[in-house]
Write a protein that binds this ligand. Structure first.
Ligand SMILES: C=CC1=C(C)c2cc3[nH]c(cc4nc(cc5[nH]c(cc1n2)c(C)c5CCC(=O)O)C(CCC(=O)O)=C4C)c(C)c3C=C
Ligand code: FE2
Ligand code: FE2
Length: 344
C-alpha cells in the first residue's frame, strides 16, 4: 500500500488586500469549530458585523508583515515541506485548512501519485477544536465524498513529546544566545473558555482555574489550556528557568466572551509597569511565524512594552524550517512509514 504525507496548517489570504482578507476571514470565521454558535448567530456575527468592520484593519496588519514571496505562514510552510521531502521517500504534500491551498487539493495531489494511505499532520503542537479538530473533521468529510478508498491516519498533538520539547528549547536557547532576560513570556493563541468546557470528555474536570489543568485527568487529551501549560512547564524545566522568571499568557482574543487568561497584551503592560526592563516572548501554539507572531507580538507587543518603560524585547521565532524541527518531523514520518504491517 503506497503511503504519503499531508502537512496541514491554518492558511492565509491570497493577498493582503481587503477583498482577499475578507474572503479568507469569511471562510475561517464561519467554521462552526472557530465561532461555535448556532448558524444564524454565526452568520449575524461574521457576515453582519466582523466582515463589515475587520477586513480593512486586518489587511493593513497583513501588509506590514507580507513578504515578496507571499504570506509568511504559507512561504514558511512550503520551505518546511521541501526540506522534509529531502528526508523521506514518501511524497509530502502541503495544504491549508482555509484559503486556496485546500485539503482536497492536497489529498488529490497524493492520490495522483498513487498514494493509498495518508499520514495527516496538523501543524499544531496542542489540540484545539478550532485547529486540529476542524482539520481532521474536514479531511474525513473530503475522504468520504471524494476518496472513499483512501486511508487516513493522523499525528496526535505532540505538546508533551520530549523530542519536540528539546527542539523547541534548543531553538529558544539559540535565539537568546546566552543573554538573560528578566522574564520569558510563553504566549499562546487564545480560545474562548467555552471551547475548553465543550471538549472536556469528563464533563466536569475543566473549571479553568488554578488547579484543574495541573491535576491529572483524561480530559487533558483534549484540553488546549492544559497542553499549553505543559509546554511552558516542560520547556522551563529543560531551560532551567527560575520560578517567577517565566509565565504563560494567551493572545488574539476576539469578541466579548471570556477567553483564556491572562491576556498577553495586559501581561506585557503589567510587566512593563512593574519596572521590568527586558523580556523575551515565545509563541509555541504556532510552528510557523504568521500575522499573530510577526505583527501582534513582535510589533504591537514590543510597542506596549516600550510605552510602559521597558527597553529590551525580543520575540523568539517559531520553529519554521529549523533543521532540528525538520529532522524530528522526518523521523516521525519515517517511523510511521515503517511501523505498521501493510494491509493488502
Ligand atoms: C473566534 C476566533 C478565533 C479562534 C477560536 C482562533 C483560534 C486559533 N487560531 C490559531 C492560529 C492562527 N490564527 C490566526 C489568525 C486569526 N485568528 C482569528 C480568530 C480565531 N482564532 C482571526 C480573526 C485571525 C485573523 C487575523 C486578524 O484578522 O487579525 C493565524 C495567522 C494567520 C496568518 O495568515 O498569518 C494563526 C496561525 C490557533 C493556533 C488557534 C487556537 C488554538
Ligand atoms: Fe486564530
Ligand atoms: Fe484542563
Amino acid at each position: 500500500m503506497k503511503k504519503g504525507v499531508l502537512l496541514v496548517n491554518l492558511g492565509s489570504p491570497d493577498s493582503p488586500e481587503p477583498k482577499d482578507v475578507k474572503k479568507y476571514l469569511g471562510e475561517f470565521l464561519m467554521d462552526e469549530r472557530v465561532i461555535d454558535v448556532p448558524l444564524w448567530a454565526r452568520t449575524l456575527i461574521v457576515k453582519g458585523i466582523i466582515l463589515n468592520t475587520r477586513p480593512k484593519a486586518s489587511a493593513a496588519a497583513y501588509k506590514k508583515i507580507w513578504w515578496d514571496e507571499g504570506s509568511p505562514l504559507i512561504v514558511i510552510s512550503e520551505r518546511l515541506q521541501h526540506k522534509i521531502q529531502k528526508q523521506t521517500t514518501l511524497p509530502v504534500a502541503l495544504a491549508m485548512r482555509y484559503g486556496s491551498m485546500t485539503i482536497k487539493k492536497g489529498l488529490q495531489q497524493l492520490v495522483n501519485q498513487g498514494v493509498e494511505k495518508v499520514f495527516l499532520i496538523p501543524l499544531y503542537p496542542q489540540f484545539a477544536m478550532a485547529t486540529t479538530e476542524t482539520i481532521l473533521v474536514l479531511a474525513e468529510n473530503i475522504r468520504n465524498e471524494h476518496f472513499p478508498n483512501l486511508k487516513i491516519e493522523d499525528l496526535p498533538a505532540f505538546y508533551n513529546n520530549q523530542n519536540y520539547i528539546d527542539v523547541l528549547s534548543n531553538s529558544i536557547e539559540n535565539h537568546l544566545k546566552g543573554k538573560t532576560y528578566e522574564h520569558v513570556l510563553f504566549s499562546y493563541h487564545g480560545v474562548p473558555e467555552r471551547h475548553i468546557r465543550k471538549r472536556d470528555i469528563t464533563k466536569s474536570h475543566c473549571q479553568i482555574n488554578g488547579i484543574c489543568c495541573k491535576t491529572p485527568s483524561k480530559a487533558h487529551e483534549f484540553c488546549y489550556r492544559h497542553q499549553c501549560l505543559e509546554v511552558t512547564r516542560l520547556v522551563a524545566e529543560k531551560l532551567n528557568l527560575k520560578e517567577g522568571s517565566y509565565s504563560t499568557s494567551f493572545q488574539s482574543r476576539l469578541g466579548f466572551d471570556p477567553w483564556l487568561q491572562p491576556y498577553t497584551d495586559r501581561t506585557i503592560e503589567r510587566l512593563g509597569k512593574e519596572g521590568l526592563k527586558s523580556m523575551a516572548i515565545v509563541t509555541p501554539a504556532f510552528v510557523s511565524d504568521c500575522l499573530e507572531t510577526l505583527e501582534e507580538i513582535a510589533m504591537e507587543g514590543e510597542e506596549i512594552f516600550h510605552e510602559m518603560g521597558g527597553s529590551e524585547f525580543t520575540t523568539v521565532p517559531c520553529l519554521n524550517d529549523d533543521d532540528e524541527w525538520v529532522n524530528l518531523l522526518a523521523k516521525w514520518i519515517n517511523t510511521w512509514a515503517h511501523s505498521k504491517p501493510e494491509t493488502v
